[in-house]
Design a protein around this ligand. Sequence first.
Ligand SMILES: [Zn+2]
Length: 187
Amino acid sequence: MDPPRWFYRHEHEWVALVERLKLTPCPHCRVVGALIRHGSLTAFDDSSPRRKTVRARRLFCSNRHRRPGCGRTVSVWIADKVRRLSMTTRTLGTFLQRAVSGGIAAAIRATPCPRSDRTWQRIWQRFDRAQSRLRTALWERGPPPEGPPGPSRRPAAAQVLAHLRATFPDVDCPLAAFQQATRSFVL
Ligand SMILES: [Zn+2]
């Protein structure tokens, strides 16, 4: 089981988190009051192909100057980013939805985010491996919608995506909402 991840969606949530830092225990050592800001994690992704975009903010559990921390860092991820994946959750969700309804080859052709076929295949495999974990996390929030999720070449995967949409119905990106709500990466 992965440790809980930290996510935020909007800038004001990050600001509020920073304001509470002095009262927040470090997720590694549980010491309160040692976390300080420690820069950001940037990379290219499809939200900003020409310029690096911020993917996560970093915190440092300070052990310098006699601070009581453990010296480890914590990443606070923006909810629409996925570790080891250079695309947003929105692009990922679009690709997965197309893959379950029309097949992976058609989904690759239709997704406006140039990646090699092998990369897309690997992304699909990551999703495939994550399915049972996703299903378990979603069931904790409620049952899947009734009835089959529509015609699909991959009914089990289609069911997971339908369950995701039903669990987070009024958001622009259910994958990002899932990450923030369950404090875990979707892949
Ligand atoms: Zn610590």
